[in-house]
Design a protein around this ligand. Sequence first.
Ligand code: FES
Length: 114
Amino acid sequence: MAKNKVICNKNDVDYLTIRKAMTSGARTIDELVELTGVCTECEGCKRELEAILSSVCGCKKVSLEAVVNAVKNGADTVEKVGEVTGAGTGVDEVTGEPCGKCKGLIQNIIDQGR
Ligand code: FES
């Protein structure tokens, strides 16, 4: 699972801030700029923003595209998305407890349909 780290060095925007913006509906770099203040100019922005945006569940390596497709094909709850894609069903490597950190984002994708 990804640990928190600074992604945008110029404006000091970290990974968790970007993930929270995604959970609030950001799906594009322009939307991340608006919600988080990422600069899109520093190396962290250039190298990492697209990859972060394209991933929903780090535990199960499930992409945004896979979750959106599951939703479009009728998965209308977080549990159903998990059954179809595996997203949201990971286990914390340290504690062995269910992770679920991506469930808020999955719910937002269901709510927005994107
Ligand atoms: S990030 Fe999806 S279950 Fe951990």
